[in-house]
Design a protein around this ligand. Sequence first.
Ligand code: NDP
Length: 332
Amino acid sequence: PIGWGLIGASNVARQWIVDAIHAQPDSQIRNVLSSSEERGARFATENGIPAHTTDIDTILTDANVDAVYISTANQFHCSQALAAARAGKHVLCEKPVALSVDDARKMIAACRDAGVVLGVNHHLRCNAMHQKLRQMLEAGEIGRLNAVRVFHANFLPQALQGWRINDPNGGGLILDSTIHDIDTLRFLIGRNPTHVMAMTQSGRLAHDGVEDGIMVVMRFPGDVLVQIHGSYTVPYSEGGVAFYGSDGVLIGRDCMSQRAAGRLFMRNAGGEREIPVHHHNLYHYALAAFSNAVRGTGQPAATGEDGLAALAIALAIRESALTGRQVEVEIP
Ligand code: NDP
């Protein structure tokens, strides 16, 4: 059996992860940590969790807890992951894995030294449409890749208009949403960008200089140009991707969300046709991969190294937006 401790009585845990853990064979949630006694109690009752605590050590010293899922606000991920690794617990951490590349490196080293698995919940690579798209790109179905566009603009629901738009330390669109686009691009293209440039917006929803809109341009190896539009402030838009190759175009529609959704189309000399996709729940897929890794088979869908690379690229994008300069990407 895998016993889980939830670190953070969060929205994402309630909406997606509790169900995804329960969907795994022989997995139980033993405890949930909240900084608020009252919120923890409510979360435990509403989600059928037998215990709640305000003290992380209660979870980390419990021999029945094998793994923790960290979904606190971003600035807590590193210290909580380090403590969990030192206590010998496997760590599934929400993105961004940390707020600095140094912290992400420490987390990877701590989990490696403790012999525990570190996974980062970049869920979009678990979408069956993206997985099909990756297979088709690898098989050379559209020839030599020329350019990519990513559309990931939406309107941030009222319930989420908290730290995302008012915390200059852990908030902002780049580390919340653009980092998912980056992970998805790394997954689909199989490489890291070499250079990035970006401009951001602020002030439609976010304040205190926190960005709520972005346009990014990146160069990937092989002279592939990539563009991202991301936003918290655009209602009625549809998330998607378009891959432009020498022999055709692959278009993914409605595929930048948490839902098991997305339709894939290929357009070439033969016209346009839809590619069938057999969808699965993204979070069930992520939890299955992580649970298998805990049991010694395979890797998490996104590893600590994937989380670190996505973070390093996201921070390069932020640096470009702040300085107005092109930034060379360095991934330690
Ligand atoms: P929440 O705001 O729901 O949770 C973050 C923390 O905020 C919780 O740990 C909780 O603290 C605290 N909190 C929750 N409700 C309240 C409240 N009413 N008043 C004060 N504090 C409260 O954030 P999300 O669930 O949206 O995000 C959590 C993490 O998950 C982030 O790192 C985010 O980037 C990531 N995320 C990932 C997604 C994915 O699909 N991969 C999707 C959404 C988020 P406490 O634990 O102390 O109770």
